[in-house]
Design a protein. Sequence first.
Lengths: 166, 133
Amino acid sequence: MPATVEICESNGAGETITHNITNANMGSVDSPNLNPVSYPIIAGQYSFEKYHRFHVTNMGGSASVRNLKVWMTGTLSGSDVLRTSATATNYAQKTYGTPSSSASSKATYVIGTSEPSGANVGISGSLSGEITAAGYSDYVVFQLFVHSSTTQGATVTLNYQYDEIA
Amino acid sequence: MFWKYIRPETGKAEKVEYTEWRWEAVYLDGTVLKQYDDSGFYHQVREIDLSKLYMFKLVHDTMPGVQILWKPGRKLTYFYRNYLFNFGTEDETRGRIYCCEYQDGEDKVLITILPDNSVMITEDISQIKLVTE
């Protein structure tokens, strides 16, 4: 591979970073790589926020990494909503905060269900930013709201994409 | 197998893995600058002297390549579109589209090599939709 890019998650008050996470499951605990069956979200409540970042661990000869995108595939149950801080318009960089299971003030956009036309995750506060040495993107925050009427959850998946100038 | 890239900004050497598709720049005088040169060094596309370019090629070890006869004044961008679909599931898919874009004035042409090694030409990369649904 040219550039090596992983997805990292940050958790806890002191920000513990887990590198190369293996899933993005939402749950009722602030931990990475969750088994959602073990940490279900009660109907009418929110999941803990998830803070993800693209992390370039090695540029592998490439000039830059840019044009970061994230979107969802699938359909949630009933009136459940997955919100995010990722947006291609009116983008604002989010700082890390201890993940909360109260309504997020950072994950405020309903996540898109198709590839956005432009970047929706920033780098150094800008959607047109670039990573030119090993380092991180901005945080992208997610939170799932499970509606009070939901009796059974659904499975949706996240998609990540980035461009790399060779 | 690794090639070596000396990053000008840092002076440090980086190991670069071979990619399935690579570019080669054929100059008007017949010399060739290869992305992965025969001496074990890697080159970025910004090192190409476009004023002396005759042909820009995309090459593969076994597939027929793509050859673009060059026109003076064109701009060239070469990039990989990397994707990670259905993250963390049994259907997780990682891949890369090789993208070569040249621009004549206001007109852009994007030549892409898809994961199945087919070639798609477009003016707008957003028209290329790899299935995630």
